[in-house]
Design a protein around this ligand. Structure first.
Ligand code: GDG
Length: 501
């Protein structure tokens, strides 16, 4: 094993496991966050489910098993998280404020996040961040090793925990390990910048199955693993350290049933009409919904829209834009800067083009309930999703799923994972201001017939699978790869040939 991350730790013997065998879980999810978060309400602090399709999907999968979710409970407030959520046991991993600075704000979000998103901001490399990343990954791996039943399954999520698969493999070679990366896996030219690239690769290769959002990212990973660590095999099956590792694309999607139910809700439909009235019943409502993140291309999109107002293509009495920028990672200087410059662009646009009493861009820097988000999707004629790079982008899929009457047009970045599926969108290069303007003009002018055809095409594709299918297909592949590996270990299988895809 080439990693210095877990090799020094030997397998945990049964006698050293602090959790008795009878209490260990058959299926364990390991994610940076628990599925609950502490919120401050009028009655004090309380624990509520974390929003998002991933929690919903995994909850339903976990409920069918004797299961456990391991994660960090978050920094705010006092008190321990509940012991269970929707029948799933929870296990909190403690992270001190200083560790949080180095592990989460530092290595995860100032080294890996920008590096994996095309280095849109220069990644920062600090050895002490890396040391804490290793330490915290080992804490998660140990928590999983102590909690999983013999021969059980552990599913690890995302870039904060890339060393956990191999650390866990060293501690518990008997368990089945899956890993899914929610963000892009970068091409070699970028990944090679990482001083600890071999350790990260070896960390991921501790899995039985490594899943990515799109095939390109799976093949980036397999190629780099072959070149850097001498793994053998194809883009979809590698052999390393005497084991087989499956590699594949598992495009994440949304909870379509939830969106179907919400869009049929009379209250939400009425709220959508009310939003349009509040906006002055313009001819066209444009909408952007993003975490306030420098990868999401929010400023570029607003600059492009501003130019359309400036050249008279759009006007304040007919066209109104709503931009929701959900607060995110506010302790990070890049994010603070991004917020300030975005707010400057927004106020310049409003200053130059608004009419008295009716701004042309309604900017909301706030978290909102999912119902309100859905009402906004229903109220919007044109949805703008223009990230510079995005693993998938669920907002684009949620918009499409909500447009039951086949109206609505989507302007979508070709660099979002979702672009591979949503071919009926008006595609843009988010760096190209003129290109965004052209796409918005096309979306404004498109005939209702063509708009409907485009939307039906996207809806057929989006509604074919839901997030439960996504989880099940990942877990079925994990089972398959583990079975193939067992046959190989028993000498019944020819390992894959080198370098073929
Ligand atoms: C990462 C990857 C990948 C947003 N604002 C509110 C709110 N949301 C919900 C949306 C959507 C989700 O958050 C955002 O998901 P995205 O996919 O758009 O983006 P990231 O947060 O960057 O997610 C991404 C994803 O992981 C999953 O693998 O697609 O590429 O970067 O579901 O609806 N929900 C509520 N209030 C808000 O204000 N309740």
């Amino acid at each position: 094993m080439n990693s210095n991350t877990a090799s020094e730790h030997s397998t945990i013997g049964e006698e050293h496991l602090s959790v008795p065998a009878s209490e260990r879980a058959d299926f364990v999810v390991v994610a940076n966050r628990l599925p609950v978060q502490q919120v401050v309400t009028e009655g004090g602090e309380e624990w509520r489910p974390s929003p998002g399709g991933l929690v919903t999907a995994l909850t339903s999968v976990l409920q069918n098993h004797n299961s456990l979710w391991i994660g960090w409970p978050g920094a705010s407030g006092d008190g321990d998280p509940p012991l269970t959520y929707e029948g799933i046991r929870l296990k909190a991993v403690a992270i001190s404020p200083a560790e949080h600075d180095n592990f989460y704000l530092g290595f995860s979000n100032a080294t890996l996040w920008p590096l994996y998103h095309d280095a849109i901001r220069a990644p920062t490399f600090h050895r002490h961040w890396w040391q804490t990343y290793k330490k915290i990954n080992m804490r998660f791996a140990t928590a999983a090793a102590e909690s999983v039943a013999p021969g059980g399954t552990v599913w690890i999520h995302d870039y904060q925990l890339q060393l956990v698969p191999n650390m866990l493999r060293q501690l518990r070679p008997d368990v089945r390990i899956g890993f899914f990366l929610h963000i892009p896996f970068p091409p070699s030219e970028l990944f090679m910048q990482l001083p600890w690239r071999k350790e990260i690769l070896a960390g991921l290769l501790g899995s039985d199955l490594v899943g990515f959002q799109v095939p390109q990212m799976a093949s980036n990973f397999s190629r780099i693993a072959r070149r850097q660590l001498g793994a053998k095999g194809t883009d979809s099956m590698l052999e390393y350290d005497g084991r087989l590792i499956g590699v594949g694309a598992f495009p994440i999607t949304i909870d379509t049933a939830q969106i179907r139910a919400l869009t049929a809700d009379a209250k939400i439909r009425e709220r959508a009409r009310e939003i349009r009235r509040d906006l002055g019943n313009p001819e066209v409502v444009l909408l952007g919904v993003d975490r306030l993140d420098y990868t999401k291309g929010i400023q570029q999109r607003i600059r492009a829209i501003t130019e359309l107002y400036a050249d008279g293509t759009m006007s304040g009495d007919k066209h109104v834009m709503v931009q929701v920028a959900v607060p995110s990672r506010e302790a990070d200087a890049h994010y603070e800067l991004e917020r300030h410059s975005l707010e400057q662009v927004v106020s310049e646009m409003n200053g130059d083009h608004s009419l008295v009493g009716s701004p042309i861009i309604h900017y909301l820097h706030q978290n909102m309930p999912f119902d309100e988000l859905l009402a906004l999707y229903l109220a919007a004629d044109i949805m703008l999703v223009t990230p510079f790079r995005d693993g998938m982008n669920l907002v684009a899929k949620e918009y499409v799923a909500s447009r039951t009457n086949l109206t609505g047009r989507l302007v979508l970045s070709e660099f979002a994972g979702a672009a591979a599926e949503l071919r009926g969108a008006f595609m843009v290069n988010p760096h190209d201001l003129d290109g965004i303007k052209e796409a918005v003009c096309l979306a404004l002018k498109v005939s209702p017939k063509e708009a409907r055809a485009r939307m039906s095409r996207m809806r057929r594709r989006t509604l074919r699978h839901d997030v439960y299918d996504w989880a099940e297909s990942f877990l079925a592949s994990l089972q398959h790869v583990a079975a193939v590996d067992s046959r190989e270990q028993a000498g019944e299988f020819d390992p894959p040939e080198d370098g073929k895809s």
